[in-house]
Design a protein around this ligand. Structure first.
Ligand SMILES: N[C@@H](CCC(=O)N[C@@H](CS)C(=O)NCC(=O)O)C(=O)O
Length: 372
């Protein structure tokens, strides 16, 4: 790859290749900018998040291994705002006011939305005080934006600029993931602006139909400081996401010096965790697979990283408790299948999930979490 340099001479005629996963709002900044500037941006073929971006070739394009990356005749560019600037600059000049709103959209809006959203989707620890601070800062930024939009249709001037593209993509994550009507209705000019922007043909073409979140995602239950019991059954000891990468504990013979030697498994399907199937009480509990119904069209893509979301749940009783069904806003987004423990294939799938086996069902494991 010829990506050593980002030169000043930009050649509009040559097509540019965007490495990104579907629906990433960061990559969409460049795609919308391309619609406005008429610049051709092709999506990299066969890009696989979690695989392609880990390759040596990709790390030469972006040492962070993050997307989006734009491959151009002038070299590779990472950082989505820079990419969008590159694409739009073919048709529009630099203006300090545009830069001002781009920074505002990134530092005051996006950063606070992410601080609020990410822990609620299990990305990073949830801290009530940190969330409160993010919401307060976001309200302040929304207040400022609202005042500006009281007298202005667009952020700068009388037409859509890159500032509007970046602002709208950032707001898009907030509106679709967490900013419910009771939050946004305090800022009517921001609402008007957002809905006007996402319904512009060039935005709509890339973003599709945008829907506002109807509820704030619940805080995921967190591990309490090693509370030794209560429901001694929980499907597995909660894994610490950071401390160490999940080890394929039993799969390896036994060369790592681990605690006490584990009792030998009776048959190869009863491998993990050592005594899970012995302890499992099918009368009192039930296991359920959940498979996200819309893996191909993740709308809140930064949250899912375009992963296929699959899970395993252990419930008290033989059915999924009604209070869970009522309380969990997103249950209907998954197909729920009760595990038939007489089926060895399903047992094997349970084992693979408990173990974080990789590859899982033929695909790279981008992330694994345990909630209880
Ligand atoms: N500031 C960067 C953020 C890039 C970023 O965080 N990308 C995420 C996907 S939205 C990623 O590639 N994550 C993979 C990783 O962290 O390894 C931008 O705007 O482009």
């Amino acid at each position: 790859m010829k990506c050593q340099r980002v030169g000043p001479e930009l050649q509009q005629s040559v097509s540019k290749v965007l490495y990104d996963y579907n629906n990433n709002k960061n990559g969409r900044k460049a795609l919308i900018a391309a619609e406005y500037s008429g610049v051709q941006v092709a999506l990299a073929k066969n890009f696989q998040m979690g695989v392609t971006n880990k390759t040596t070739e990709f790390l030469q394009m972006n040492p962070m291994g993050k997307v989006p990356v734009l491959e151009t005749p002038d070299g590779c560019i990472f950082e989505s705002n820079a990419i969008a600037r590159y694409v739009i600059k073919f048709s529009r000049g630099f203006q300090a006011h545009i830069e001002q709103w781009i920074d505002f959209a990134t530092l005051e809006i996006d950063a606070n939305i992410i601080k609020w959203v990410a822990p609620r989707f299990g990305y990073g620890p949830y801290l009530a005080a940190a969330e409160e601070a993010a919401i307060t800062a976001l309200k302040r930024a929304f207040g400022a934006l609202n005042s500006h939009l009281l007298l202005n249709t667009y952020l700068v001037g009388h037409a859509v600029t890159l500032a509007d593209i970046i602002m709208t993509c950032n707001l898009y994550v907030g509106f679709s993931a967490i900013l419910i009507k009771s939050f946004t209705s305090e800022f009517p000019h921001v609402e008007r602006y957002f809905w006007t922007m996402v319904n512009q043909p060039n935005f709509r073409k890339v973003l599709g139909e945008v829907k506002q979140a109807e509820s704030v995602p619940p805080v995921p239950s967190q591990k309490k400081p090693s509370q030794p019991n209560e429901s001694a059954k929980p499907k597995e000891a909660k894994k610490e996401p950071k401390k160490e990468p999940p080890k394929p504990k039993v799969e390896k013979p036994v060369e790592e010096e681990e605690e006490a030697p584990k009792p030998k498994a009776k048959n190869p399907l009863d491998l993990l965790p050592p005594s899970f199937w012995d302890m499992y009480d099918p009368e009192g509990y039930s296991l359920w697979f959940c498979d996200y119904k819309y893996n191909d069209e993740n709308t809140v893509s930064f949250v899912t990283l375009n992963m296929k979301v699959k899970g395993l749940w252990l419930f008290r009783g033989n059915e999924i408790p009604q209070f869970v069904v009522k309380k969990c806003y997103d249950m209907e987004l998954y197909d729920w299948t009760k595990v038939d423990i007489t089926d060895e294939v399903q047992k094997k799938r349970v084992n693979a999930m408990i173990e974080d086996q990789e590859p899982f069902e033929g695909e790279a494991l981008l992330d694994a979490k345990c909630f209880k």
